[in-house]
Design a protein around this ligand. Structure first.
Ligand code: ATP
Length: 435
């Protein structure tokens, strides 16, 4: 197990253009972060892998991309307008505000150490805005605080169009907004973030435990696929007295982040609470009965996935007395599948050949592989740069290449090199990708 600090992660992310502070030239904005070229590549690969695993490879799932702004009645029916809140307290000494349930056990102010707070007030986490030019109550809309509700609201559309048999699910990836009282810990808790959520609908009489366990196993299998360290993940069975009133069982999948063990994902059995709220039913063609399906909800945060993946992948070792920082990212989510270098940067024939090799390795849509190209500095430095961003393989074009069409391929993890023929290089990557 690697023990990476937040400083190491944040510094790597900034240095290499994965993630940097949002609006930085104007002093930033309350823990908002922007994903740079490598960050967006990593994030997109994680989302793509999720979509492929949970939507495209299954026959019982329907994808959705609903509008982010929804009718206010959605949030009234779901209960969010009245109850989606956290207990807000203020330190009487320094006037900092906190979530009461997140105070340290000794109940001291995290800012000044005093122990006197105001009474907790329920603070609604939904961000409000107004649609249209008039800022009046009738025009209030909320930025959605979760992607989940759209899947209940559009339940009828899916059922009417596709007549799916129970059990089936709806899945969505998209932005969500919460006016968090204390955002922080880098991208762990922000006010704008992305979720990947599934609502899985089952027959009311069916044993929900079976589906619950299946989803837990599916979540774990996917986490492994994207390289989340299994030794750092733990299932927290949410105690009965802390469950939401509609939930019979919730598991928080926690991760040992550098700042402590915290929720990464959630899995909840929600009964018929949501569809009942929205007065939705399902007509069972076989029994000719109208039923309100029950719901199992696996819920994933995109930014927390990125953070857990980076914390799992971060490695430091020493080669010939020099420190090497590298990311042990699985090839399927690494920003680049490979890199190509010309041995020397001042030999046009090597550069031209290397560009040719890069083109060949990239292939074309829909089998396109992003391949990096680097000709600056010496080869050792180029390897280090690719190691640091998790590129699994580096190919080098040298003078022998010009004679026999072979190139060297160097493995990020073992740092071993071998020579292969160019015509085999793309196949080499395809095989590695399937491993
Ligand atoms: P927490 O207890 O940490 O506030 P939650 O239990 O309210 O989280 P859910 O409502 O279950 O979170 O949201 C589902 C998922 O969305 C979480 O497991 C997490 O991955 C992600 N998520 C929730 N809030 C945030 C946030 N403010 N910033 C980033 N990701 C978030």
């Amino acid at each position: 197990m690697n023990n990476v600090s937040m400083d190491q992660l944040i510094s790597l992310c900034k240095r290499r253009g994965f993630i940097f502070p949002g609006s930085e030239i104007y002093g930033g904005l309350a823990n908002a972060w922007d994903f740079g070229p490598l960050g967006v590549a990593l994030k997109n690969n994680i989302k793509r892998s999720w979509w492929q695993t949970f939507v495209e490879e299954r026959d019982d799932m329907y994808g959705l991309d609903a509008a982010l702004l929804m009718n206010r009645k959605v949030w009234q029916a779901s209960g969010h307008e009245s109850t989606f809140s956290d207990p807000l307290i203020e330190c009487k000494n320094c006037h900092e505000r906190f979530r009461e349930d997140q105070l340290p056990p000794e109940k001291k102010c995290p800012s000044c150490g005093k122990q006197e707070f105001t009474q907790p007030q329920q603070f609604n986490l939904m961000l409000k805005t107004f649609l249209g030019p008039a800022e009046e109550d009738a025009n209030i809309v909320y930025f959605r605080p979760e992607t989940a509700q759209a899947m209940f609201v559009d339940f009828k559309q899916i059922v009417d169009t596709y007549s799916p048999k129970l059990p089936f699910g709806i899945a969505q990836i998209g932005k969500a907004f919460r006016n968090e009282i204390t955002p922080g810990n880098f991208i762990f808790r922000t006010r704008e973030f992305e979720q990947m959520e599934i609502e899985y609908f089952i027959k009311p009489g069916d044993d929900w435990n079976v589906y619950f366990e299946q989803w837990l196993a599916a979540m774990k299998a996917w986490m492994k696929k994207i390289g989340i360290d299994q030794n750092k993940t733990h299932d927290l069975e949410v105690p009965k007295e802390e469950l939401a009133h509609y939930s019979k069982r919730t598991i928080d999948i926690e991760f040992d982040f550098p700042f402590g063990r915290k929720e990464l994902y959630g899995l909840a059995y929600r009964g018929d609470f949501d569809l009942t709220n929205h007065k939705q039913e399902y007509f069972n063609e076989e029994t000719k009965e109208r039923v309100v399906p029950h719901v199992i909800e696996p819920s994933f945060g995109v930014e927390r996935s990125v953070l857990a993946v980076l914390a799992s992948a971060y490695q430091e070792d020493e080669i010939e007395g020099e420190k090497r920082t590298w990311l042990n990212l699985p090839m399927r989510i690494a920003p680049y599948r490979a890199a190509v270098f010309p041995l020397l940067s001042n030999k046009p024939e090597l550069i031209e050949k290397a560009q040719e090799v890069r083109k060949e390795l990239q292939g074309a849509w829909p089998g396109f592989f992003p391949i990096a190209f680097d000709k600056s500095g010496n080869i050792g430095k180029r390897y280090r740069r690719q190691d640091e961003i998790g590129t699994p393989y580096c190919f080098t074009v040298d003078f022998q290449t010009l004679q026999d069409n072979t190139i060297t391929v160097r493995d990020r993890n073992t740092m071993k090199q071998e020579r292969i023929v160019i015509a085999e290089a793309r196949k080499f990557l395809e095989e590695k990708l399937r491993e």
